[in-house]
Design a protein around this ligand. Structure first.
Ligand code: G3I
Length: 375
């Protein structure tokens, strides 16, 4: 302990200032040490940040970062379990920026009875998409398939109209602003190119399509309203032209349709007719509509051979190249893995239709798609 004794200039009394020696010596030393420690810690933090930046810039980019950076919407149909399984959900997050429910938004599941709405799976899907900054396609309101008994048993026009408008309004009000696109009607034309003999056609008549679109627009003005179908992708075919004429009629009548969906469930053995596909895209564009590739898969007649896989790859590549060249609205796969594929259950003797195999490992096909997306 050191006492500093100072005599104030105009005072004879002595003022004693108590002080500790550190102020003069040790304390200053401690402060210096502290400053050194802070500098050392700061240097470490800066170093760590630089290292992390380097590591991240060297880490391989994901398909997701590729499609995001190209502003391209690349997606897939999912089942509720895909979002819950950690490996499956990581695969989704790493690859896709738009999702669609493979089944749970079909009325059989979403509205199994007139009074019960099964929202929970859809709520989870919407939450998952929001948490992972993904867009959503809605699929589907008006279809001849996967309807609940109370819809299949409708026989009266007024009752059918009530169910149709009520369903669309209820769903789009609940999820207003949440969906990028919605398949308002699905597969309304049959394989002969005429309006399908569905429950909606039988009870309401052909105007059910216009009514569905108008109801959807009223409920959610922001969602893109889509008419979706299969075998409608080529200009110059019976179904392709019938689909076009139906849509043109809707546009001429001022029905609020924003775009069309080509499902594109393809066969490896049938090469893409690029001219007919591009001509079709062009004529819908000329109507002021967008085109989406909504359910892409390419099935192989089993057993798989390298030749068949090469043919499959060519089909996928042609579709993806055209999608990018034409800047279509979105490119959505109908399933990512052979493990959960709908194909074997519907087309006996066919399979291996998706970019990931039974073990959810990427096939050679996956790499070739990625190359096209990287361009
Ligand atoms: O939910 C039942 C389950 O309870 C039961 O144990 C199981 C036994 O088979 O069947 C389950 O239902 C199946 C359902 O998929 C859910 O997995 C149906 O049998 C099966 O027929 C149904 O198939 C769906 C098909 O639409 C129905 O038409 C496919 O998963 C689905 O991929 C497919 O998707 C359609 C699009 O919506 C429209 N475009 C064509 C596309 C492919 O067919």
């Amino acid at each position: 302990m050191l006492y500093l004794v100072r005599a104030p200039p105009e005072d004879n009394t002595h003022e004693i200032i108590y002080n500790t020696p550190t102020v003069t010596g040790e304390k200053i030393g401690e402060e210096k040490n502290m400053i050194r420690r802070i500098i050392r810690r700061g240097t470490l933090v800066i170093g760590a940040v630089i290292l992390l930046t380097l590591v991240l810039s060297c880490a391989p980019s994901t398909m997701r970062s590729v499609v995001d950076s190209r502003g391209f919407l690349f997606g897939v149909a999912v089942r509720p379990g895909d979002l819950l399984d950690p490996k499956d959900s990581k695969l989704l997050k790493d690859n896709f920026n738009i999702l669609v429910a493979e089944n749970i938004m079909k009325l059989q599941y979403l509205r199994p009875t007139a009074t019960f709405w099964n929202w929970s799976d859809v709520d989870s899907l919407v939450r998952f998409a929001e948490e992972n900054r993904m867009k959503l396609r809605g699929h589907t309101f008006v279809w001849h398939n996967q309807n609940p008994p109370f819809i299949n048993n409708l026989s009266d026009k007024e009752a059918a109209l009530k169910v149709l408008t009520e369903t669309i309004t209820e769903v789009l009000t609940r999820y207003k602003g949440k969906f990028y696109e919605y398949d308002v009607c699905n597969e309304v034309i049959d394989d002969n190119g005429i309006l399908r003999n569905s429950i909606w056609m039988r009870t309401i008549g052909p105007e059910y399509i216009d009514i569905a679109f108008k109801t959807a627009r009223q409920a959610d003005p922001s969602v893109k309203l889509i008419l979706n179908d299969y075998n409608n992708e080529y200009a110059g075919t019976v179904k392709g032209d019938a689909f076009y004429n139906l849509v043109k009629g809707m546009v001429d009548r001022g029905v609020p349709i924003d775009g069309v969906g080509f499902q594109l469930h393809m066969l490896a053995e049938l090469p893409v007719n690029k001219e007919a596909l591009q001509a079709n895209i062009k004529r819908f564009r000329d109507l002021g509509l967008t085109v989406s590739f909504t359910e892409v898969d390419v099935r192989i007649k089993l057993p798989v051979t390298p030749e068949k896989e090469a043919a499959q790859q060519a089909v996928y590549e042609d579709l993806l190249r055209i999608a990018r060249e034409e800047n279509i609205s979105c490119f959505v796969l109908w399933g990512y893995t052979d493990a959960y594929s709908w194909i074997p259950g519907t087309f006996a003797g066919y399979g291996s239709a998706h970019p990931f195999d039974q073990n959810k490992q990427p096939k050679k096909l996956y790499g070739s798609l990625r190359k096209i997306l990287e361009k």
